[in-house]
Ligand binder design. Structure first.
Ligand code: F6P
Length: 535
């Protein structure tokens, strides 16, 4: 994008106003700076964005041709240029009869058939038609990492009230502690292992899969019969010995971190059942329609992206906290870390030139209220501003515990209010006076109790966290990341930055085993190798 536009964004940000002053001037600010769609309310009024700023931000989206790029994505153009692939995860949640323009009917039919095959298998596992050697499956272990773990794991946790299938376990880390702790206490004769890997080459996943196979060997006559696989590499799943009727394939146009909608979501489907999984897909499809049709300024993913760009590239706030006041979304920050940081953590634009602005922000977070008793101190009084993204439901699922939910909601709203309003020195002085402090000591004590305020946040509010709402939330964030990437001019769908570490780890493993020399390594690495080999 034209450098002058980025410069203008920064110039506007230099004179950004007090958020409270914006509310004072405009009685309908909350309504004007929020978007409602299908039961979801996105409130970005507690930011320093004015009407003029919003117009400018929308003009950035127009200048970057977000609508054109969006259509290119939905119609299957190869927008993942460095890998020469289409980006069609949206097709995975499109179970309508209408094939999107530009997409082959065969691909769309394949998606519907894929869902049907998943459902047949998930039902068989849930009802006991598919059995282990010891009878009905009691436990399912999903072995995968990154996008083949974070999505289904986050979703299974989020939808715990709908979990009526066998127990679910997720193993991702190559650290033997992960699989060992997981398998302890499981009965190999009633355990199903799903090996989830797009490539079926990821070292962590394949190492864990082989260890799980060994764990079953000797306990189960035919361990492979209690394995299923999810992958694009059917030759490799066959080489592993998994029968094709338990292999759920997908196409290379589904990126790992965008893959929970399809076969990678199999474990989640086994947990919650096909009907709830369809509701999840339906929620994602509803957000797709909104993203495709709503004008840019009233488009939730677009505005979420523009708020993000305003804070990061405009105001220079390098990190973003995601704070779900919804304990079952405790893995959402980790999920969004991959989604945002693997997609938009890049320094090179799609044409190979260097980015002239910062790439995506650092994303982190924890559920509220837990975070309040840990890192909110820094969010409220630290020297750096951290824009916060709150998520909260009107209702919980725990009928007898509505008083818990009231406290939860009150805390969520209190935090965004405190961030915005703050507490002045004068108010802090009065507080200290009321406690009996006077003079210089009153002022010294008061200074510690000042909250600068004027700290931005957004809130996403919804009725209750169910499969459909989860689908809407995940699709919302996916499109947000896409829009940010388009405006930054980068390819959000490759991840070359993960490769070098993998290559070096492959070279270090034989050195650790004593099968290769460390001579080519730097002094620090040699010293650490020596220490770690010594035990
Ligand atoms: O190393 C990064 C990555 O390629 C992610 O993009 C992906 O989600 C993860 O590894 C797992 O890959 P796979 O599903 O092929 O095992």
């Amino acid at each position: 994008m034209d450098q002058a536009l980025w410069d203008e964004l920064k110039r506007i940000a230099e004179t950004r106003p007090q958020i409270t002053a914006l509310f004072d001037k405009d009685a309908s600010r909350a309504q004007d700076f929020s978007i409602s769609y299908d039961g979801m309310l996105f409130d970005y009024s507690k930011t320093q964005i004015t009407k003029d700023t919003r117009d400018f931000l929308v003009s950035l989206a127009e200048a970057a041709d977000v609508p054109g790029k969006r259509n290119a994505m939905f119609s299957g153009e190869h927008i993942n240029e460095t890998e020469d692939r289409a980006v069609l995860h949206t097709l995975l949640r499109n179970l309508s009869e209408r094939t999107p323009n530009g997409v082959s009917e065969a691909a769309h039919k394949g998606v519907r058939e894929g869902v049907a095959a998943m459902e047949t298998f998930a039902d068989a596992v849930r009802t006991g038609t598919f059995k282990g050697q010891g009878g009905q499956i009691t436990d399912v272990v999903n072995i995968g990492i990154g996008g083949s773990d974070l999505g289904p794991k986050m979703g299974t946790l989020a939808l715990a009230p709908f979990h009526d299938g066998p127990r679910l376990h997720y193993v991702s880390n190559v650290d033997g502690a992960d699989i060992s702790d997981c398998l302890k206490g499981l009965d190999p004769k009633t355990t199903l292992v799903i090996v989830a890997s797009k490539t079926f080459t990821t070292i962590e996943t394949m190492t864990n899969a082989r260890s799980a196979f060994e764990w079953m060997t000797g306990q189960v006559d035919d361990p492979a019969s209690q394995f299923a696989a999810v992958s694009t590499a059917e030759d490799k799943t066959a080489a592993f010995g998994i029968s094709p009727d338990r292999v759920f394939g997908f196409e290379d146009w589904v990126g790992g971190r965008y893959s929970m909608w399809g076969p990678i979501g199999l474990a989640m489907m086994i947990a919650i059942g096909a009907e709830h999984f369809r509701a999840f897909l339906d929620g994602g499809a509803a957000m797709d329609r909104h993203f495709q049709n709503a004008p840019l300024g009233q488009n939730m993913p677009v505005m979420l992206a523009l708020v993000g760009l305003w804070h990061n590239q405009g105001c220079g706030h390098a990190s973003r906290a995601v704070l779900p006041y919804d304990d079952r979304l405790s893995r959402l920050p980790a999920y969004l870390q991959q989604l945002e940081m693997e997609s938009n953590g890049k320094s090179v634009a799609i044409d190979g030139s260097d980015l002239t602005v910062h790439s995506g922000p650092v994303v982190w977070g924890e559920p509220g209220t837990n975070g309040q008793h840990a890192f909110y101190q820094l969010i409220h009084q630290g020297t750096r501003v951290i824009p916060c993204e709150f998520l909260v439901a009107a209702k919980g699922h725990e009928e007898g515990l509505t008083h818990h939910h009231e406290l939860l909601v009150a805390n969520c709203l209190a935090q965004s209010e405190a961030l915005m309003v703050g507490r002045s020195f004068k108010e802090a002085q009065q507080l200290m006076e009321a406690k009996g402090f006077e003079g210089a000591e009153r002022d010294r004590q008061a200074r510690h109790r000042v909250f600068p305020g004027n700290r931005p946040s957004t809130t996403l509010a919804y009725s209750q966290l169910g499969p459909r709402e989860l689908g809407m939330i995940i699709a919302l964030y996916e499109h947000r990341v896409f829009v940010e990437g388009v405006i930054l001019g980068i390819n959000s769908f490759d991840q070359w930055g993960v490769e070098l570490g993998k290559e070096l780890a492959n070279a270090l493993t034989p050195i650790l085993r004593g099968d290769a020399s460390d001579a080519s390594k730097d002094g620090s690495t040699r010293m650490l190798l020596a220490k770690l080999k010594e035990g």
